[in-house]
Design a protein around this ligand. Structure first.
Ligand code: PLP
Length: 394
């Protein structure tokens, strides 16, 4: 569209949202679609958080908030970082935003100059590459595979670094692969980064609580990484609050200040009612949300057991988040139900059109051999989806 900017013309549409839109379209036509494409918990926001929002409305929280968030919310975030991550931040290092997505966009806009390279271990969350491009940075994919449990090695990291490398972005637990970096693995990556002190690390920890292997490790916990790591988090996933749109960073003060400045010209800060509710969410003990984590854990077992029964699916056991990312390249070159499968997009489309199951192609995440299946769905939906997939593939 030549009337629009190069900036927007160069941007890809979010494929997870596009898949959800396509699934909605088919549903509207009367098809019984099972949606396993979205990264959204299928729980209601817990009542104690909803009550806090209602209270905030009645208490007349209706004015502009401080651009970087209410002081009480920043303090709740500081306590959360201390309690859960053993990270010490002060108020000047915290910025509250309209979702972790905005937190990430802020960081890209304030850190990157045109041509700066950002390392993205693959598979990465769909929006990373597009946000980096919007900020005129250059996404540099660092490939991994199902064989290495989708983790990059220190050697790979080192080989990807150039004089133009400005940042590395990753999520752990990872969307879409579900892998979780252990403290030792992060330390090994930090040992490489130590040699390149100008590289800023963005550690996206939004799935922190949805972790089935135990300890969550943060890059900023290492003293030598603290001053150049931006820790991104939010309430969308663990608290089932996707639509409330609150995310936040703990960062070196110079980056937090810059994000505050950016946000001051773009949004004037996040929604006031949602911010009040998030104070209550973060002050609550983690046990208040553990029922959701336990449910994800049993669904994970269910879906993995079933996927392992399907010939051609190579699936690692995800350690966190609520996705599986099977390698389905064994189907490439085959014709299934009159449909020729050349790549993961064809396969994902086959599942949508012939099995009425919505998934997302791995191409969206920089890994063209895989598809992402979200198990943020009920056990009966998962069972039914697998049954339909098996039928189509047989
Ligand atoms: N980071 C990752 C890895 C995600 O998967 C998501 C949501 O899908 C986000 C960030 C954005 O979360 P928010 O809803 O807080 O913008």
């Amino acid at each position: 569209q030549e009337k629009l900017s190069n900036r927007i013309n160069a941007m890809a549409t979010s494929q997870t949202l596009a898949m959800a839109a396509k699934a909605r379209e088919l549903k509207a036509e009367g098809k019984d679609i099972i949606g396993l494409s979205l990264g959204e918990p299928d729980f209601n926001t817990p009542d104690f958080i909803k009550d806090a929002a209602i209270q905030a409305i009645n208490d007349n929280y209706n004015s502009y908030t401080p651009v970087d968030g209410y002081v009480e919310l920043k303090d709740a975030i500081i306590s959360k970082f201390k309690r859960d991550n053993d990270l010490t931040y002060d108020r000047s290092q915290i910025v509250v935003s309209t979702g972790a997505k905005q937190s990430l966009a802020n960081v890209a806009m304030v850190v990157l100059n045109p041509g700066d390279e950002v390392l993205l271990p693959c598979p990465y969350w769909v929006s990373y590459a597009e946000i980096v491009k919007l900020a005129e940075g250059v996404p540099v994919e660092v490939p991994t595979s199902v064989e290495t449990n989708f983790k990059i090695t220190p050697e790979q990291l080192e080989a990807s670094i150039t004089p133009k490398t400005k940042m590395i972005w990753y999520s752990s637990p990872c969307n879409p692969s579900g892998m979780v970096y252990s403290k030792e693995e992060l330390r090994a990556l930090a040992d490489v980064l130590k040699k390149y002190p100008d590289i800023v690390v963005v550690s996206d920890e939004i799935y922190e609580h949805i972790n089935f292997v135990g300890d969550h490790a943060s890059m900023a916990q290492f003293e030598d990484m603290y001053d150049r790591t931006v820790t991104v988090n939010g309430v969308s996933k663990a608290f089932a609050m996707t639509g409330w749109r609150i995310g936040y960073i703990g960062a070196p003060a110079y980056i937090a200040r810059a994000c505050n400045k950016m946000q001051g010209q773009i949004t004037s800060g996040a929604n006031c009612i949602a911010q009040r509710a998030v104070i209550t969410a973060l002050e609550a003990p983690v046990s208040k949300i553990s029922h959701m984590i336990d449910t994800f854990k049993s669904r994970r077992k269910l879906i993995i057991d079933h996927l392992n029964e399907i010939d051609g699916f190579v699936t690692t056991e995800p350690q966190g988040a609520f996705y599986v990312f099977p390698n389905i390249s064994a189907f490439f070159g085959k014709t299934i139900d009159d449909t020729k499968i050349e790549n993961a997009s064809d396969f994902s489309m086959l599942l949508l059109e012939k099995a009425n199951v919505a998934t997302v192609t791995g191409e969206a995440f920089g890994n063209p051999d895989c598809i992402r299946i979200s198990y943020a769905a009920s056990e009966s939906q998962i069972e039914e989806a697998i049954k339909r997939i098996k039928e189509v593939l047989s």
